[in-house]
Design a protein around this ligand. Structure first.
Ligand code: AMP
Ligand code: ZN
Length: 392
C-alpha cells in the first residue's frame, strides 16, 4: 500500500463524516485517518498501482465541496448518564473472534445460540416499549421498489448506501447460458452479463419505516399520534467502513413510527427518548442523547445535515465504544415533519397533513454495546442487566 497525506483544513464537526465518506471517492482507498487533534488534513492508504495524484485530486475536490456547502453547528446534548469505563470488558476484535459470531461475507454475520438469545431479549424489550405505548405491530417486506424509494426521496439523498436487486430476463436461452457458465469453476465466472438481466426495479430496504407510510396512504389517522412498530433486516453498503460487529451490510433494526399532529409526534418523541435512555441505563450501559445529522453524499445533502441540526430533526443515542470515535450510535429519534404525510397524503385527526416521526433501534449495535461493556461471558454480566433482559 501507499500512504498519502492530504493537507486540508477540516472543521471539527465534519471530521467523522469526511473520514467515513472518503471511501466513496475511489475504490482504491483502503484506509483513512483524519487528523483529529488539529483538523489539518487526512491520511489515506491506497492500493499499490493506483494513481495517487488522481485519488488526491478527487478527494481534495470532494472535501472542498463538503466544506463549502456546510454550515457547522455545535452538537447539543439532551441527556447524559453513567460513567465512561476506564477499560472495556471486551474488544470488538475479541468479540468477532468468538465462536458465537461468524462472518459469512463482508458485513454478513451469523450469531450463535447465546448471542441469538440476547438479541431476542432485546427485541422483547422493544416489543415491551411498543406495547406500553399502544404501538401496533406490522410485518413489512425487506425489499422496496425503486418507485417507492424514489417517492420517499431516498435515492438522490443516500445513493452511496444503495443495494439494487434484479433477476434474469425471462428467456431460457439467457438463463441456460448462465447455468452452463456456472456448472463448474469459481464464483467469479458466475457474473451474469448485464444484458441478461432486467433493469433494476427493486432495492434492499435501508430502514424499516419507509414501508409504513404507503400502508396509510390516503388515510386520516384516528389517534394522535397513531403508533406502529416493525422489525427486520436492513441493508446499507458501508464500503470500507464495514466492520464485523457494529457496521454491517445486513443488520437488524426495530422501528416505532408515529403519525399525527406536530405536537403529538413531538410529545411522543420526547417520551421515546426518555424511555429508550432509561432502558439502556437499566441494561448497565452509559450513554448520551445528542442532536445529529444523517450521513451525506457529495452535494445537496450536506445542506440537509445543517438543516437537520438547526431544526432538531434528528437525535441520536450514543454509547461509549472502543472505535476511532470512542462511541457508537445505537438508536435515532427522528422527526420528518410533514415530509411523508404530504407524499403519501396522510392526514392527522384535525385534517392537516400528518407529521411523522420514527424511533430506530439498531439491534446488532445494542448487542455489540452490551458485549464490549459487559464482556463475552454472559452469565457474568451484571445481575440487573440480565434480569432486565430476562436471561439467566
Ligand atoms: P439511522 O436511520 O441512520 O438513524 O439508523 C438507525 C439505527 O440503525 C442507528 O442508530 C444504528 O443503531 C443502526 N445502524 C445504522 N447503520 C448500521 C449498520 N451499517 N450496521 C449496524 N447498525 C446500523
Ligand atoms: Zn425510520
Amino acid at each position: 500500500v501507499t500512504r498519502i497525506w492530504i493537507a486540508i483544513e477540516i472543521p471539527p464537526a465534519l471530521l467523522r463524516d469526511i473520514e467515513q465518506g472518503v471511501f466513496y471517492c475511489s475504490e482504491s482507498i483502503l484506509h483513512s485517518r483524519v487528523d483529529r487533534s488539529r483538523g489539518a488534513g487526512i491520511e489515506l492508504e491506497i492500493a499499490d498501482g493506483a494513481d495517487g495524484d488522481a485519488v488526491e485530486s478527487s478527494v481534495r475536490h470532494w472535501i472542498e465541496q463538503v466544506i463549502a456547502r456546510s454550515l457547522t453547528y455545535e452538537d447539543r446534548t439532551l441527556r447524559e448518564w453513567g460513567t465512561m469505563p476506564g477499560t472495556f470488558a471486551a474488544t470488538p476484535d475479541a468479540i468477532a473472534a468468538s465462536s458465537e459470531l461468524r462472518t459469512l461475507g463482508e458485513g454478513l454475520v451469523a450469531y450463535g445460540p447465546r448471542l441469538t438469545q440476547v438479541l431476542r431479549s432485546i427485541v422483547r424489550l422493544c416489543d415491551g416499549l411498543s406495547e406500553a405505548i399502544g404501538a401496533q405491530p406490522l410485518t413489512l417486506p425487506a425489499v422496496a421498489t425503486l418507485e417507492h424509494m424514489q417517492r420517499c426521496d431516498y435515492l438522490h439523498q443516500f445513493p452511496q448506501l444503495l443495494s439494487f436487486v434484479t433477476h434474469f430476463r425471462e428467456d431460457y436461452a439467457v438463463i441456460d447460458a448462465f447455468a452452463a457458465q456456472c456448472r463448474r469453476g469459481q464464483a467469479d465466472a458466475c457474473q451474469p452479463r448485464p444484458e441478461a438481466l432486467r433493469p433494476f426495479a427493486r432495492l434492499l430496504r435501508p430502514a424499516v419505516c419507509y414501508h409504513v407510510y404507503p400502508c396509510f396512504e390516503g388515510m386520516t389517522v384516528a389517534s394522535d399520534p397513531l403508533l406502529v412498530c416493525a422489525t427486520g433486516d436492513c441493508f446499507r453498503y458501508e464500503s470500507r467502513n464495514t466492520t464485523e460487529l457494529d457496521r454491517l451490510f445486513d443488520f437488524r433494526m426495530y422501528e416505532i413510527v408515529a403519525l399525527g399532529s406536530t405536537a403529538g409526534v413531538l410529545r411522543w418523541r420526547d417520551q421515546m427518548i426518555s424511555q429508550v435512555a432509561d432502558l439502556l441505563e437499566q441494561l448497565g450501559l452509559p450513554g448520551r442523547i445528542k442532536t445529529s445529522n444523517d450521513p451525506f453524499f457529495v452535494s445537496g445533502s450536506v445542506m440537509k445535515s445543517t438543516f437537520q441540526r438547526a431544526h432538531d430533526l434528528k437525535y441520536e443515542l450514543e454509547v461509549p465504544f472502543p472505535n476511532a470515535e470512542g462511541k457508537l450510535a445505537v438508536a435515532s429519534f427522528n422527526h420528518h415533519q410533514g415530509f411523508f404525510g404530504s407524499r403519501f397524503e396522510i392526514r392527522s385527526r384535525d385534517g392537516a397533513v400528518a407529521d411523522t416521526g420514527c424511533t430506530a433501534l439498531g439491534l446488532d449495535r445494542i448487542l455489540a454495546a452490551l458485549l464490549v461493556h459487559h464482556g463475552l461471558d454472559i452469565p457474568r454480566w451484571p445481575a440487573s442487566s440480565r434480569r432486565r433482559l430476562g436471561i439467566g
